[in-house]
Design a protein around this ligand. Structure first.
Ligand code: AMP
Length: 425
C-alpha cells in the first residue's frame, strides 16, 4: 500500500518520498481517505502512530497550491515541543508547495509570532496560552480558517487549557472541517466532541491505552532511598544506548540529572522550570546523541519524537496509569524495539497495580544481580535525589502538571484562577 492511492497532489507525494515516508501507517491508512473527503474526524490512537501526517497531509492537500494571505488552517497542541515538532513535519511535507506554516508558543519572543498572525500565515500551529494572549491583544483573525485540528485533547484538559481552547474555537468560522486527536476520552472531551465536531467518524487504532508493541517491560522493586544507586548500577551494567528517564517532579528531575552528570554520565534534563531555549537545547542534544541520557518530567511523555530511544526508565512510577503508556511509548517508535524499566518503591506498588490493571499486562519483576538491597544510601546527594515521599493519590497529578506548565519561569501565568483540572481520565 502506498500514498499514491489517496489522490494526494504530486508535490506532496514527492515530499513524502524525500522525507522517507513510503507507506502509510495504519492510522494514516484509515484517516487519510476520510479527512481528504472533508469529514470531521476523531482520532484515538496510541502515541507514535503517525498521526501528525494523518492531519498534516489533508491540510496541505486542501490548501495547495498557493498561499492566500489568510490563515486557513489552525492546529492547537498542548506543549511547545509538540508545536515545534508538528511545524517541522509540515515544513518538510510542504517543501514543494508555496504554503507557509508558523508556530506560536510561549517562552520565546513575540514579534515574529505577531508578524506571522498579522500576515495571515497559511497554517498556524499553536499552544493555547500564547495564542489567546495574542488574540486578546487584537492580533490575528481566524475568519478564514477552513481546517481546525485539536491535538492531544485529553492532555489539554489535564493541563487546564480547556477554557482557552474553547475561547479560541469560538473565534473560528462554524463552517469548517475539524479533526480531534485524543489518546483517551474522558467525559469532558466527549462533551467537547459534541460541541465542536459535525457528524464525526472515529478512527481507533489499537486498543485504547495499550502499551506500544515491541517494548519489553520490567519492574525493579527497590527501597526509595536506594533508587538512585540502583539506577546508576543499571546504567553502568546494562547496555543502554539512549535513555529517557522520567521523574515525578521538577526538583527530582533536576537533582537526578545533576547527580548523574556528576557521576560521569552524559545527562541533560527537560522540565518546566527551564527556559524554552534550555528545553530546546536539551532535546536537541539528546536527539543528536550529545547526551546519552535525558531526565524529564511528564512534559516529555507525550508525543515527543526522538528516534532510537533504546530505554525508558521510570525513576518514579507515574500515579496516573495512562502516563505510563505515554512514557513507554517514547521508545519502540515506528516499529523499533525498546525496553521500559520501572523502579518501584514499596510506597508505589499501588500505582504499579493500577498500570497492570489498565494495560492488562503483568509486568515481570526483576532483581539486579549483585546489588545490595539492604545497604544504606551511598551519598547524601543520592539520598536527596532518591528520597521524596510520593504524594498521596488524592493530591492531584493534574495540579502538579499545571504548576509545571504555568510556573513563572515557564510562562508567568500563575494564579489566574483556572478551573481545577481533571486528572482522572
Ligand atoms: P507521530 O505519531 O506523527 O509523531 O509519528 C511517529 C513516528 O513515526 C515519527 O518518527 C514519524 O516521523 C514516523 N512516521 C510517521 N508516519 C510515517 C510513515 N508513513 N512512514 C515512516 N515513518 C513514519
Amino acid at each position: 500500500m502506498s500514498f499514491q492511492q489517496f489522490g494526494l497532489h504530486a508535490d506532496l507525494l514527492k515530499a513524502l518520498q524525500q522525507y522517507g515516508y513510503h507507506q502509510p501507517t495504519p492510522i494514516q491508512q484509515e484517516a487519510l481517505p476520510l479527512a481528504l473527503s472533508g469529514r470531521d474526524l476523531i482520532g484515538c490512537a496510541q502515541t507514535g502512530t503517525g498521526k501528525t501526517a494523518a492531519f498534516a497531509l489533508p491540510i496541505l492537500n486542501k490548501l495547495h497550491p498557493k498561499s492566500s494571505g489568510k490563515t486557513r488552517a489552525l492546529i492547537l497542541t498542548p506543549t511547545r515541543e509538540l508545536a515545534a515538532q508538528i511545524t517541522e513535519v509540515i515544513h518538510a511535507l510542504a517543501k514543494h508547495t508555496k504554503l507557509y506554516a508558523a508556530s506560536i508558543f510561549g517562552g520565546v519572543g513575540m514579534p515574529p509570532q505577531e508578524r506571522a498572525l498579522r500576515l495571515g500565515t497559511d497554517i498556524i500551529i499553536a499552544t493555547p496560552g500564547r495564542l489567546i494572549d495574542l488574540l486578546n491583544r487584537g492580533i490575528g483573525t481566524f475568519h478564514g480558517v477552513e481546517i481546525f485540528v485539536l491535538d492531544e485533547a485529553d492532555r489539554m484538559l489535564d493541563m487546564g487549557f480547556l477554557p482557552e481552547v474553547k475561547r479560541i474555537i469560538a473565534r473560528l468560522p462554524k463552517e469548517r472541517q475539524t479533526m480531534m486527536f485524543s489518546a483517551t476520552m474522558p467525559k469532558e472531551i466527549l462533551g467537547l466532541t459534541h460541541q465542536i465536531l459535525r457528524d464525526p467518524v472515529t478512527v481507533q487504532i489499537g486498543r485504547q491505552a495499550a502499551p506500544v508493541e515491541g517494548v519489553k517491560q520490567s519492574a525493579f522493586p527497590v527501597p526509595q532511598r536506594l533508587k538512585i544507586d540502583l539506577l546508576v548500577e543499571l546504567l553502568r551494567k546494562q547496555e543502554m544506548k539512549s535513555v529517557l528517564i522520567f521523574a515525578r517532579t521538577k526538583i527530582r528531575t533536576e537533582r537526578l540529572a545533576r547527580h548523574l552528570a556528576k557521576n560521569g554520565f552524559e545527562a541533560t534534563r527537560l522540565h518546566g522550570d527551564r527556559t524554552q531555549g534550555q528545553r530546546m537545547a536539551a532535546l536537541e542534544g539528546f536527539r543528536n546523541r550529545e547526551y546519552r541520557i535525558l531526565v524529564a518530567t511528564d512534559i516529555a511523555a507525550r508525543g515527543i519524537d526522538v528516534e532510537g530511544i533504546s530505554h525508558v526508565v521510570n525513576f518514579d512510577v507515574p500515579m496516573a496509569p495512562e502516563d505510563y503508556v505515554h512514557r513507554i511509548g517514547r521508545t519502540a517508535r515506528a516499529q523499533a524495539l525498546g525496553e521500559a524499566l520501572t523502579l518501584v518503591s514499596p510506597e508505589e506498588e499501588n500505582f504499579l497495580y493500577a498500570i497492570q490493571r489498565l494495560t492488562k499486562i503483568e509486568i515481570p519483576r526483576q532483581q539486579m544481580a549483585g546489588f545490595d538491597y539492604r545497604k544504606p544510601a551511598e551519598t547524601r546527594e543520592a539520598r536527596e535525589a532518591s528520597h521524596e515521599r510520593p504524594r498521596r493519590a488524592s493530591q492531584s497529578r493534574g495540579f502538579a502538571k499545571r504548576r509545571e506548565s504555568f510556573s513563572p519561569a515557564n510562562g508567568k501565568r500563575k494564579g489566574r484562577g483556572r478551573p481545577k483540572p481533571q486528572w482522572q481520565h
